[in-house]
Design a protein around this ligand. Structure first.
Ligand SMILES: [Ca+2]
Ligand SMILES: [Ca+2]
Length: 261
């Protein structure tokens, strides 16, 4: 009996060795997806000037309305230029104004009915708005009409050529609710690079800034969501007895649009 047990053990041991030898499966390394691009986020409310300047400086020198792709730098829309005067305070501000009239590489879309560049704090839409909204760069501000959402697309300055940017920042006026006023950034392939919220206003002046940069120019589109409702004659801000958080925009600051490949 003892010998048989030893034999059994030897056989079992031999099988174990064989099994080990036959285990010649090559383990493939599990593919590791590349890490998501690292976003650097800039936020401010109250006196936002220093943070906006910091964001501008990260992007580089201002390229104004210079046509053609520049090697570095930024573009900025303040809405205040005299060239926009013919369109002020109407609901049909041209979606491509900032790449045709002014060659800054930005075009807009919205599911609403249009866009409005306004020198009256939108008080001609609703007189109560003068007490709600303010400006950062004097004195015109901007909003989509018929919607609280719009997109910015990038083009090579002065050309209808799709482009990408390494950063986008925006000044909002009168953000009352957290996490409702946002920018969502998309890569050229449509994948989301993240959604970033503007901080709730810290004072009555009511300015908020949100800006995001990446190392590389990878932003193909920005979805801008302004509060929770559209401007309208019968729509009051929730701080004035209304039901929606109404929000408008001032400066758009973004990295030089680079031709997308
Ligand atoms: Ca302005
Ligand atoms: Ca508001």
């Amino acid at each position: 009996m003892r010998r048989m047990n030893s034999m059994k053990l030897m056989v079992l041991a031999g099988l174990a060795v064989l099994a080990a030898c036959n285990d010649d499966t090559v383990t493939e390394p599990i593919p590791v997806p590349p890490p998501p691009p690292q976003a650097t986020v800039f936020t401010a409310t109250g006196n936002i000037t220093a943070k906006v300047d910091e964001f501008r400086n990260v992007l580089g020198v201002s390229n104004g309305g210079t046509a053609g792709e520049q090697p570095t730098g930024r573009r900025e829309i303040s809405w205040d230029g005299a060239g926009a005067n013919p369109f002020n305070n109407k609901n049909d501000f041209p979606a491509d104004f900032f790449n045709t009239n002014v060659k800054s590489g930005a075009v807009f879309t919205t599911a609403g009915t249009g866009f409005r560049n306004d020198s009256t704090l939108f008080s001609e839409i609703n007189p109560g708005y003068a007490a709600q909204f303010g400006f950062f760069s004097a004195n015109k501000i901007f909003a989509p009409i018929g919607s609280n959402q719009m997109d910015q697309l990038f083009q090579v300055a002065g050309q209808p050529t799709p482009a990408v940017s390494r950063g986008f920042g925006i000044v909002f006026s009168d953000v009352d609710l957290a996490d409702k006023t946002t920018i969502q950034l998309f890569a050229q392939d449509g994948s989301s690079l993240g959604t970033f919220a503007a901080p709730v206003r810290s004072d009555a002046a009511g300015l908020s800034f949100i800006g995001v940069t990446f190392e590389q120019a990878i932003i193909g589109r920005v979805r801008i969501t302004l509060g929770t409702g559209a401007l309208a004659a019968n729509a009051n801000d929730l701080s004035a007895g209304g039901t929606a958080d109404l929000v408008v925009a001032d400066n758009f600051v973004y990295g030089e649009p680079k031709k997308a490949f």
